[in-house]
Design a protein around this ligand. Structure first.
Ligand code: 5GP
Length: 193
């Protein structure tokens, strides 16, 4: 029997409001049977409509600390006052099963993954401008003003990391064009073209 080809690990970052989630959802809609999304753990409170175990595993700070101590995370980071981590054994077993795994994570965590798993494929999604990012983030209407300002400040810092990624995609309003770029990266890196 032919050995199962190991899956490809994708690290996907970009500032809040840049459309990462929408692009990922499109990729999953097209290639879902070859792919898996890793579900992260976080200490932040669920937003309306978010389901524990689907969007995140919502855990306490104490539980988060315990998992770090157990070396359960492939990477972990702080973002806008909350903590986030990728479950290591889950991701590893998906890759072993031949699934292409997509991690949608912020830049600090992405740097850790690039160092630990240099074979990963890293993609950064950029807004056309900072002003446009602010407009989109406010338009989402899910956060308080204080939180929005905090996220904008974080976004400024995150944009500085864009060139550390193998690929950059500008989501300039034409979602379909941005998706086609993501799609061709996916096909190239999974060896399907
Ligand atoms: P949100 O609170 O909006 O869901 O996520 C905030 C940021 O944390 C986003 O950039 C998201 O991609 C990132 N994030 C989500 N899960 C993880 C994770 O497991 N590790 C890291 N480093 N970042 C994560």
């Amino acid at each position: 029997m032919e050995a199962q080809k190991r899956g490809t690990l994708f690290v996907f970052s970009g500032p809040s409001g840049v459309g990462k989630g929408t692009l990922n959802a499109k990729l999953f809609a097209e290639f879902g049977e070859q792919m898996a999304f890793s579900v992260s753990a976080t200490t932040r409170a669920p937003r309306e409509g978010e389901i524990d175990g689907t969007h995140y595993f919502f855990i306490s700070m104490q539980e988060f600390e315990n998992r770090i101590a157990n070396n359960d995370f492939l990477e972990h980071a702080q973002f806008a006052g909350n903590r986030y981590g990728t479950p290591k054994s889950y991701v590893m077993s998906l890759l072993e099963m031949g699934k292409n795994v997509l991690l949608e994570i912020e830049v600090q965590g992405a740097m850790q993954v690039m160092e630990r798993m240099p074979e990963c494929v890293s993609i950064f999604v950029l807004p056309p401008s900072f002003e446009e990012l602010e407009r989109r983030l406010r338009g989402r209407g899910t956060e308080t003003e204080e939180k929005i300002l905090r996220r904008l400040e974080t976004a400024r810092g995150e944009l500085a990391y864009a060139d550390k990624y193998q690929y950059q995609i500008v989501n300039g309003g034409d979602l379909e064009a941005a998706y086609q770029e993501l799609r061709s990266i996916y096909l190239k890196e999974t060896g399907r073209v």
